[in-house]
Design a protein around this ligand. Structure first.
Ligand code: ADP
Ligand code: MG
Length: 340
């Protein structure tokens, strides 16, 4: 039988460059060699696709050197492959851009397509779609850079109506970069300025009424998606910020989450509903806030390409669901081919 030729894309321009390379290493070693012929291309922080030898070196070292070749016809680098596995997070990777390029090139791609990727990447768009499906979320406001520049008082007044504290987030970033918790108007203005340095669109959300428990569900499938057991992240910091996310030992994963069975069932059902509503495919990790004292569940976000190292939440959730890492990556490639 002819082997399936897989191109793994890793690195990229997000704050999760290293996470992506770690994930790619795990995927590379886990794809069964008797069925798959795997090559990897690492994308530098400047967005350049590194030639094969440089990519191999970057994988060994854990990050890409600067420079590299600017492949303007990047699709041609993907030519000759049966499927591309873009283990890329954030802008220009998880947001539909790479997915669109591969679609034009006629190459199937693991995970969501253009629409699902783009909508999930933009926190405001995702919230609008989920709201139209009646999925519970915190209250929020969109502010654009142009509005904040021309009529900042109107923007601030709109936000104040949410009540403090609020979370201020660039709409299209991820990995907690540029996110602040603002407790008053002064902090709000500082938070907005920081977020607008990073994005034209900023979402301001009402904070949950107590520090939420953070629970996550893995989704796997295309038209008949399945939900994994529910996991929980715990940490001491005020919220799950960049440092807590990426410093070893600052956060702990618990699978299954110690929550009432009814909440777990509800989270899994909502996760599948959100996956469908957002036109996701292949995989997604759906994150929720759960409030112990009220029993409320809020959908926080849907990640179309979650962290994928052997110890990341998504593969761990599926391991608890009875799918081993190697089988999971093989399944994702099959799901991409199935959509062709
Ligand atoms: N509305 C909110 N209420 C309470 N905590 C929040 C809220 N929004 C964000 N947080 C905290 O900030 C973290 C990062 O926010 P999130 O929207 O998940 O950003 P990212 O996409 O960068 O992961 C969350 O995991 C949570 O700890
Ligand atoms: Mg998050």
């Amino acid at each position: 039988m002819k082997k399936t030729r897989v191109l793994v894309l890793a690195g990229g321009q997000s704050g999760e460059h290293e996470v992506s390379i770690n994930s790619a290493r795990s995927v590379l070693s886990a794809l069964p060699k008797d069925r798959f012929d795997v090559t990897s291309v690492v994308i530098s922080r400047e967005g350049r696709w590194l030639p094969a030898p440089d990519s191999a070196r970057a994988l060994e070292r854990g990050s890409a050197p600067s420079g590299g070749e600017l492949v303007l016809h990047q699709a041609s680098a993907a030519e000759g492959y049966d499927v591309v596995f873009p283990i890329l997070h954030g802008p220009n990777g998880e947001d539909g851009t790479v997915q669109g390029m591969l679609k034009l090139a006629g190459i199937p791609c693991v995970g969501s397509g253009v629409l699902g990727s783009a909508v999930c990447m933009d926190k405001v768009m995702a919230k609008a779609v989920l709201a139209s499906h009646g999925i519970p979320q915190v209250a929020y406001q969109l502010v654009t850079r142009a509005e904040f520049a021309s009529t900042p008082e109107d923007a601030v007044a709109r936000i104040v109506s949410l009540g403090f504290p609020v979370f201020v987030k660039p709409a299209n970033l991820g990995s907690s970069v540029g996110i602040s918790k603002a407790k008053n108007e002064t902090e709000l203005r500082t938070a907005l300025r920081l977020a607008f340095e990073l994005d034209r669109r900023v979402i301001v959300e009402a904070a949950t009424s107590e520090k939420p428990r953070e629970i996550e569900v893995g989704i796997l499938g295309n038209d008949d998606p399945k939900a994994s057991p529910v996991g929980e992240l715990t940490f001491d910091s005020e919220f799950y910020d960049y440092e807590t996310k990426y410093t070893a030992g600052k956060a702990e994963m618990h699978i299954p989450a110690k929550i009432p069975a009814a909440i777990s069932d509800r989270a899994r059902a909502l996760a599948i509903e959100a996956f469908r509503a957002l036109d996701c495919a292949g995989l997604a990790r759906v994150d929720f806030f759960y409030l112990d004292s009220t029993g409320e569940l809020f959908l926080n976000e849907v990640n179309t390409m979650p962290g994928f190292t052997k110890t990341s939440m998504y593969p761990e959730l599926w391991r608890a669901g009875g799918v081993k890492y190697g089988d999971l990556v093989s399944r994702l490639v099959e799901l991409a081919l199935e959509r062709r």
